[in-house]
Design a protein around this ligand. Structure first.
Ligand code: SAM
Length: 261
């Protein structure tokens, strides 16, 4: 296969069965569960999933790889599809079982895939996703840390997040240039904090982090197009010091602030 295509599709294949087992163990599929695998590639995770789950659907964008996985794992439903745009929301929970999503994601498109999965959270119970280590750390980052941002807030609003397994480049062929880590996401039954208007909450978070170096009042005023006085009043009413920076606010504080803007 041409190197360019391999690079574009993030085709670094896991070659360590022990790591594959540890990834699958994070969600521990049972014979009642439905698993969606994203990007099966050469099938490093697929066999383990097929052995343990009731049903496995594998989404693979590369036609040749999809055909090979289909041939090798007769019990797996292989769909040639783009995991950024697949309709996860239409998945139905098997009786008494869970819907799990597992995958060693193509790193160049991991963010849109994560956003699509979070959008479809109502149809998903748990996920184990291999990501570039920085992205995994960002999803789990607490307020006040350098990597805390809108993706951390969105993920933690809807899921319990834990960085499970760290994986060095040597576990893949060809080895990627970056370190990898697997995050375990458990979807919460309701958002972590009550939100009046979810759209407004997301707009406030986006605006605050668009200018993360600025003081909150100035960043939000510019980003939302509202007078700085109004932002200061809202922050005061929410008990948030308007001179703080976005990266220090908890999800709860963003919710309090959004409710008053
Ligand atoms: N799961 C395998 C493993 O661990 O060895 C392969 C992982 S490899 C990092 C990423 C896989 O995702 C490749 O098989 C690639 O062809 C596939 N892929 C890339 N972009 C995709 C997309 N948008 N939708 C579905 N699959 C994609």
């Amino acid at each position: 296969m041409a190197g360019g295509k391999r690079r574009a599709l993030g085709q670094h294949f896991l070659r360590d069965p022990d790591t594959a087992r540890r990834i699958v163990d994070l969600v521990a599929p049972t014979s009642a569960d439905l698993v969606v695998e994203i990007g099966p590639g050469h099938g490093a995770l697929t066999g383990e999933l097929e052995r343990r789950a009731r049903r496995v659907i594998a989404l693979e964008i590369d036609r040749e790889l999809a055909a090979r996985v289909r041939e090798r794992f007769a019990g797996v439903e292989v769909i040639e599809a783009d995991a950024r745009r697949w309709d996860y929301g239409a998945l139905e929970r098997p009786p008494g079982g869970r819907v799990l999503v597992v995958g060693n994601l193509p790193y160049s498109v991991s963010k849109p895939i994560i956003l699509a999965l979070l959008e479809a959270r109502h149809a998903i119970d748990e996920m184990a996703l291999m990501l570039q280590r920085e992205v995994a750390d960002r999803l789990a980052a607490p307020p006040g840390s350098k990597t805390y941002g809108s993706l951390s807030i969105l993920t933690q609003l809807y899921c319990d997040v834990r960085v499970g397994v760290r994986v060095p480049p040597g576990a893949f062929r060809p080895p990627p240039k970056v370190d990898s880590a697997v995050v375990h996401l458990r979807v919460l039954p309701a958002p972590r904090v009550p939100l009046g208007d979810e759209g407004r909450f997301h707009a406030v978070v986006r605006a605050a982090f668009a200018q993360r170096r600025k003081m909150l009042a100035n960043g939000l005023s510019g980003g939302l197009g509202v007078p700085v006085e109004r932002v200061r009043d809202a922050a005061g009413a929410a008990g948030v010091d308007p001179t703080r920076r976005a990266e220090t606010l908890t999800i709860q504080e963003f919710a309090e602030l959004a409710a008053r803007l």
